[in-house]
Structure formats: C-alpha cells, structure tokens
Design a protein around this ligand. Sequence first.
Ligand SMILES: [Zn+2]
Length: 221
Amino acid sequence: MQKLDGNIEAFKVCETDGRYAVLWKRKDGNYGPEFVASETWHQIRQSKEKVNWSKLVWFSQGIPRYAFITWLAIRDRLSTGRRTSSWGQPQSCIFCMEPDETRDHIYFACPYTFMVWLKVTGNLFGLEPDPDWDITMTRLRTGSYDRLTFILLRLVFQVSVYLIWRERNERKHNTSYKSVDQLAKVINKTVRNRITSLKYACNPRLRSLMIRWFEAHDTTT
Ligand SMILES: [Zn+2]
C-alpha cells in the first residue's frame, strides 16, 4: 500500500496472474485502474473544515481593518489583561476595574460594554442581546435573519468590537474617556457611514439597509 502524504492511501499496487498493476483510490473507497486527477486530488489534499465563523468576519459590506480586529477577537488573540499577565503585565478591565480582563469580559460581560452593545444592536437580534460571548456568537452564526438584518448585525458587531477595543486602548493611554452614550453614538455613526459608502441608494438590493438600521433603533442613539 502506498501513501502520498503520510496519511492518505491514494493508490496501491496489485499483482494479478503474475502481472502488476496500479489501482487508484476513488472517493467511495474502492480502487480502479485509471488515474483520474480530480479524484486523486481529493485523496491527497488536506481537507480543512471551513471555519464556522468566517461569514461573521469576511463579508462584502464589512470594513477590512475592523474585520481584522474581529478576527483576532474571535480567535481570542487580542492582548487582553488575561493574556498580557502571562508576560508579567497584569491588566484589569479599564472600564469597570474587574481584575480579570478577558475577551469574554470585554465582549460583552463588562457592564460598560454591554450597555453600549444594547444601544447599538437595537432590535436587530429580535430579542434582548446576551452578555455571554458564546451565546452571542451562536446567535450571530445560527440565528435566522433576513438578509438586511444579517448584514447589519455583522457590521455592528465588527464595528463594536473594533471601537470598544480602540476605546479601551485610548483609555489606557489617557487619550479618551467616552461615556456609554458617546461610544454608542460613534458606533452608530460609523455603521451609517459604511452603509452610505456602499452607495446603497443605487443598489436595489441594499436600498433598504439604512431604513432597516433606523427601524432597529430609536432616535436617541
Ligand atoms: Zn469591565
């Protein structure tokens, strides 16, 4: 039995009536005499499961810089206090002084960030947002939303993740101290600017995006 990448048995050599022949493995696990490139490719390629959160991060109406920070957050790679404490730099939550500053605390178990999150999501989830990270991710990934709502939910998620992280860093360097209302307004404005930049008015499929955004919020945020 021959192996191509150390794991996959792509072909084998058989002896029949004193003659040797190469048999190539098929998708169904049987072997056949002809070499079929596509079938063999499926045998040797490293098949990786598509990560189930990729649609939350990478979508055409998203903002690449914000998507990157969201990607780090989802992979729990932001340099939170929990992570920097292993380098000898403990850091409590700069918003509420909770001693263990974790990704899950910042998004959105922290009273400050959860209040912001409540304001900026409006009724997009269709029910009250939850402060728990895993529940939030599950709702974003598996909830059934209409197309416009799903775009807006992902957009407000990545804008919130980015701007909360920026506010956290600016507070750390004493360059900002936004209230819940102020940060919610910046997030709201950033989402609206993004919708406008999509030239949604010219695109019938996106024309209702701004209307849906306003519908989801009262006018005070
Ligand atoms: Zn906090």
